[in-house]
Design a protein around this ligand. Structure first.
Ligand SMILES: Nc1ncnc2c1ncn2[C@@H]1O[C@H](COP(=O)(O)OP(=O)(O)OP(=O)(O)O)[C@@H](O)[C@H]1O
Ligand SMILES: C[C@@](O)(CCOP(=O)(O)OP(=O)(O)O)CC(=O)O
Length: 419
């Protein structure tokens, strides 16, 4: 190792997107290795709107591995963090940076890392922060330790942090192949198509509650595996067929099929939750109202105008085939769920330009919106039931952040900036 004095700090920063499954992963056949009972398919979201940024630093002066998440120190002792660190360290290579720091392959086992990560969206609120977070951790550690760029292998390491994280290693449309091997070596994610393949899609997320949820995905799916007969049927009979159809729908830009499969799969995942003993309720009244709004609209047009999907929380992820439908959807949503404090600018985050497409520039424009024609009880409005909306699109996979001013760790102290 060069610079034996031990005062140097070497760092890497990366940013990884989150992803939302359109064919859900729910249930493990191996808890420790995180091997699923079925394949799943997701869309990767634009990292500008939903992503984790992680800086990893190494220095001979660090006495132990440490991590800070959103500014708070958290423990790295859990099996998932340990698996990711162990698997990446195993694959570390010689490193030589332009300042003359040299780290030999075998030195990585002795060196400790500091990790600081920040999510630009709510953590543990059913918006897949663990997916963005573990993908980012594995990707960025891989960069620091000069690990060979084998994305399949990186995805299988990220999987051991959180199952859904393996899909965030790629942009666009991603499939997590469940694999057959007991050691999990073939349980990896593959990219079906990149983010440019179907870039008309617009994603609107209604953040219904950004509070941390009661039942984590991990314990929820464990209970479902143990108690839900529907889960077995879903994994063995329903999903294999849906995955094939979904791949075909994505390949051929068939929105009708894509939307039908997405909604059906979300509903079946929540049916499995209800079939679990004791039952798990991730959606709430607001989630159900959003489903009803979309279903009525789709039914009145005779063909799907938008798709909805809900993960392990009440937030709705709505996918429109184009900006026209996204703007129409937004008008209906704003009519039903006007902002609590009349502040439109903080009510729509991400790509705010969708508001102009919808012709909504002020709170007066929201108040003047007509009730959606297809609604039977047009007078029903639920002010404040949605915290805010995020307008996003498909995005790319993890990237290195080269601007050193964006690093979360101070290169002099080796500690998170501001600590
Ligand atoms: N940026 C990050 N870096 C590393 N780990 C993270 C990061 N963000 C979240 N995590 C890990 O993920 C956990 C939250 O995962 P959890 O599954 O409870 O919520 P979620 O991923 O937001 O929701 P869901 O997966 O149900 O959509 C955190 O407690 C932390 O261990
Ligand atoms: C509902 C889901 O979002 C479940 C995600 O579960 P996690 O990946 O968070 O679970 P662990 O593997 O236990 O960490 C569906 C999906 O993303 O496919």
């Amino acid at each position: 190792m060069a610079a034996e004095e031990g005062q140097w700090v070497l760092m890497a920063t990366g940013r990884s997107p989150t992803n939302i499954a359109v064919i859900k992963y729910w249930g493990k056949r191996d808890e420790a290795l995180i091997l699923p009972v079925n394949d799943s398919i997701s869309v990767t979201l634009d990292p500008d709107h939903l992503s984790a940024t992680t800086t990893v630093a190494v220095s001979p002066s660090f006495p132990s591995d440490r991590m800070w998440l959103n500014g708070q120190e958290i423990s790295l002792s859990g099996g998932r963090f340990q698996s990711c660190l162990r698997e990446i360290r195993k694959r570390a290579q010689d490193v030589e940076d332009e300042k003359g720091i040299r780290i030999k392959k075998e030195d990585w086992e002795k060196l400790h890392v500091h990790i600081a990560s920040y999510n630009n969206f709510p953590t543990a609120a059913g918006l897949a922060s663990s997916a963005a977070g573990f993908a980012c951790l594995v990707f960025t550690l891989g960069k620091l330790m000069n690990v060979k760029e084998d994305y399949g292998e990186l995805s299988s390491i990220a999987r051991q942090g959180s199952g859904s994280a393996c899909r965030s290693i790629y942009g666009g449309f991603v499939k997590w192949c469940m694999g057959k091997n007991d050691d999990g070596s073939d349980s990896i994610a593959v990219q079906l198509a990149d983010e440019t393949h179907w870039n008309d899609l617009v994603i609107i997320i209604a953040v219904v509650s950004s509070k941390q949820k009661e039942t984590s995905s991990t314990s929820g799916m464990r209970d479902s595996v143990e108690t839900s007969p529907l889960l077995q049927y879903r994994a063995q009979t329903v999903v294999p067929n849906r995955v094939l159809k979904m791949e075909e729908a994505i390949k051929s830009h068939n929105f009708e099929s894509f939307a039908k499969l997405t909604c059906a799969d979300s509903n079946q995942f929540h049916a499995v939750c209800l079939d679990t003993s004791p039952p798990i309720f991730y959606m709430n009244d607001t989630s159900h109202r959003i489903i009803s709004l979309v279903e009525k609209w789709n039914h009145s047009e005779g063909t799907p105008q938008v798709a909805y999907t809900f993960d392990a929380g009440p937030n709705a992820v709505l996918i429109a085939p184009n900006r026209k439908n996204a703007a129409l959807l937004l008008k209906k949503l704003l009519y039903c769920f006007p902002p609590q404090d009349n502040d439109l600018s903080s009510y729509m985050v991400g790509d705010k330009s969708i508001l102009s497409d919808a012709g909504v520039k002020s709170i007066e424009d929201v108040e003047a919106l007509p009730a959606p024609a297809e609604m039977k009880t047009p007078s029903q409005q639920f002010k404040g039931d949605v915290s805010y909306f995020i307008c996003s699109r498909l995005g790319a996979g993890p990237k290195v952040v080269t601007d050193e001013s964006l690093a979360l760790i101070d290169s002099f102290t080796g500690l998170p900036k501001g600590v």
